[in-house]
Design a protein around this ligand. Sequence first.
Ligand SMILES: C[S@@+](CC[C@H](N)C(=O)[O-])C[C@H]1O[C@@H](n2cnc3c(N)ncnc32)[C@H](O)[C@@H]1O
Length: 359
Amino acid sequence: MSDSERHFATDKLSALDAKVAAQRIAFGPVVFQACRVLRQTGILETVRKGGDRGLTLAEVVASGVVPRYGVKVLLEAGLGIGLFRREQTRFVLTRLGYFLLRDPMTRINMDVVHDICYRGLYHLEEAIRTGQPAGLKSLGNWDTFYQGLSSLPPAARESWLAFDHYYSDQAFPGALPLVFADRPKRLLDVGGNTGRWAMQCVGYDPGVRVTIADLPQQLELARAAVQGGKGADRVTFHPVDLLDESRELPEGYEVIWMSQFLDCFSEAEIVSILRRAARALGDNGTLHILELFWDRQPNETAAFCLQQTSLYFACIANGNSQMYHSEDLWRCLQAAGLQILEQRDQVGQFHTWLKCRRA
Ligand SMILES: C[S@@+](CC[C@H](N)C(=O)[O-])C[C@H]1O[C@@H](n2cnc3c(N)ncnc32)[C@H](O)[C@@H]1O
């Protein structure tokens, strides 16, 4: 056995499989765009309607608005990608093609990659070398993505919000009984975004009052989203930029809640925010964190999605944060003088819930 054979002896992929996978990566952006355009132009849907028998090139061309040349190159690219199989002259949708078309998570992930990340990722190397979100300029002229979120073009903002909501929405129903077990009367939702958690809280407990703390420009979106909803009169707003270390969190809340929030910050920033949370809570309050950790996922694909999402943070969002390993956050909690009282994995499918208090 040669040195290199010994080195890879425990590898899951054979040499041939590894080379095949490497070509998929080499053409990754091409594959991505081909799939997206097949979906957007309706070609995937047209072929799906062709059922088990499938459709010929001429039939697909006849049903759509895309010129023959475009249909032809996309269908043939789709064959190589595995979206279609060819039976004589007909194209038949495969299971992969079906899920690319119909699976909501795939759609949401593809939309955020295209609308928010795609152009900016060209600058990933610069982002990695400098620790700056070098791709953010593809969207606008802000220091961090979150300063610009409320002023993104509507389609891009919708894609980002759909991505954010898709994951946290699944976890909120499971988190509500955990957070309300102690029957808090006042809850501070830090990074409350569009107020979805706040509205769930006031719906769940008719006595609770919720304050959403977020960037001032983001709170305008939250106000608009909350307005008129049932229990909206028990939701208030606290504008704050927590990157400004001189800004304390307000006191008087039994529960401080942070959902999909700490991943927007570097470890040093997290420690600073957690210290301020600990000061605001005093000795009796509890901090509840809902977060996605790549080491606590039910399967490799979920971990994969989070590990890739870290590069959105590196290149677009702020240049210094990520989807963390749980031990990264444990270190931050300890450094901030907080201890974990309770924890639960797979709240929703992918989140970890932590209940903490001052150590
Ligand atoms: C990923 S979203 C989380 C949204 C929501 N909590 C959820 O679970 O879906 C992060 C939120 O943190 C807010 N945020 C980001 N940077 C901030 C800062 N420096 N100060 C205050 N809020 C900030 C963003 O505006 C956004 O609403």
